[in-house]
Design a protein around this ligand. Structure first.
Ligand SMILES: Nc1ncnc2c1ncn2[C@@H]1O[C@H](COP(=O)(O)OP(=O)(O)OP(=O)(O)O)[C@@H](O)[C@H]1O
Length: 344
């Protein structure tokens, strides 16, 4: 079965997506001009993707490409400039008060720094039990029982209830963060560099824990990591971001095996030992120059200033993120248009 068919099958089997992001934009005003006004930083600039139920979507791209901002927008930690976020079919950005709180309980985040994200003065019971109280899930003895259950789910135990974060190793501390994230029975967990701070062997344990929890609880993940091997291990689908835009997306195995966008080819070429199979991907992709400023993105294709294959149209016309016929793959690159027209 082709990768596209596999992906279509997966999405079909999973039903409507748990999360759908449409044309999401976040511009930060720059207040440094002579009149106190400048331009804007285009942190996220028209991003659309879906997370099918029970699946993992990986978000990759260089530092500053807009991955964390996307996760924070979708999680509603910050408000977007424009766009739409549908959570289980509901318009998340239109929700306020109790309705927002109820939806928020169904989305949780696991952070990068396990110690920094846990209050050092709180016991494990209070750290993991806090969301149970905030969201009115459990109080008193039933809260303690639920916290023990959550600790056991992540490989800790009731003996850890009255200990403090600094008494745990990095991997164990991250397990506490995961137990806390699970407390409200979420549907989606946002993992932003959740294993980057851990030793490699501990990373593997936490990734396997996340996979087991996904299988057992039907969780969906948005998974952000610099380490592409980690993303490859975790993600069913991949979105590649460059300067606030998604430039390629598709089934993760298919993108790794046959990256369509020169930027994706560049990212993958940097993975030690990675050997993409297609001819184009095997061409040596050498990116030139620095990443341009997100407050002054290049005209046309934003990658054209670094792309070894850029031609005239790339400098003037922004390529659309076009889906391939019959498949879940999409890439925003004029080279793909010209390939189809047979002019290249
Ligand atoms: N509060 C803010 N005010 C102004 N600009 C911001 C703000 N937050 C992020 N940015 C800018 O938005 C762009 C995207 O940042 P973001 O942190 O989302 O990227 P990222 O891909 O997650 O990078 P990293 O991997 O380094 O975390 C960057 O240019 C960043 O400087």
């Amino acid at each position: 079965m082709s990768a596209e068919a596999t992906m279509a099958g997966r999405s079909e089997a999973a039903g409507p997506p748990i999360l759908e992001v449409r044309d999401l934009v976040k511009h930060y005003p720059i207040r440094s001009g002579p009149l106190g006004r400048g331009g804007v930083v285009r942190a996220v600039d028209g991003v659309s993707f879906r997370i099918p139920r029970g699946r993992t979507v990986g978000l990759v791209g260089e530092s500053g490409s807009g991955k964390s901002t996307t996760a924070r927008l979708v999680n509603r930690l910050i408000e977007p400039t424009s766009g739409q976020v549908l959570f289980d079919g509901e318009d998340l950005l239109a929700k306020r008060g109790r309705q927002l709180k109820a939806l928020r309980a169904r989305m949780q985040m696991i952070f990068q720094d396990p110690y920094g994200s846990l209050n050092p003065r709180m016991t494990v019971l209070d750290i993991v039990g806090e969301p149970l109280e905030v969201h009115g899930v459990a109080k008193g003895r039933s809260r303690v029982a639920r916290v023990i259950e959550l600790l056991e789910t992540v490989g800790l135990s009731g003996r850890d209830l009255y200990r403090f974060p600094h008494q745990f190793s990095g991997g164990q501390a991250q397990r506490i963060g995961i137990a806390r994230a699970l407390a409200t029975n979420p549907d989606v967990i946002f993992c932003d560099e959740s294993v980057s701070a851990l030793d490699v062997s501990v990373q593997a344990q936490i990734l396997n824990l996340l996979k087991r929890l996904q299988a057992e609880l039907g969780l969906s993940y948005l998974f952000i990591a610099h380490d592409l091997n980690v993303v490859r291990y975790m993600a069913d689908e991949l979105c590649v971001m460059y300067m606030g835009e998604i430039v390629e997306r598709g089934d993760s195995d298919a993108v790794f095996a046959d990256p369509k966008h020169p930027y994706t080819q560049l990212l993958l070429a940097a993975i030690p030992g990675h050997d993409p199979t297609t001819a184009r991907a095997k061409e040596r992709v050498v990116a030139r120059g620095e990443v341009p400023s997100p407050s002054n993105p290049p005209s046309g294709c934003r990658f054209h200033t670094r792309c070894p294959f850029a031609f005239d149209r790339c400098r003037t016309q922004a390529p659309a993120l076009r889906s391939e016929a019959g498949g879940g793959r999409a890439a925003a690159c004029h080279l793909l248009d010209t390939d189809e027209e047979g002019t290249r």
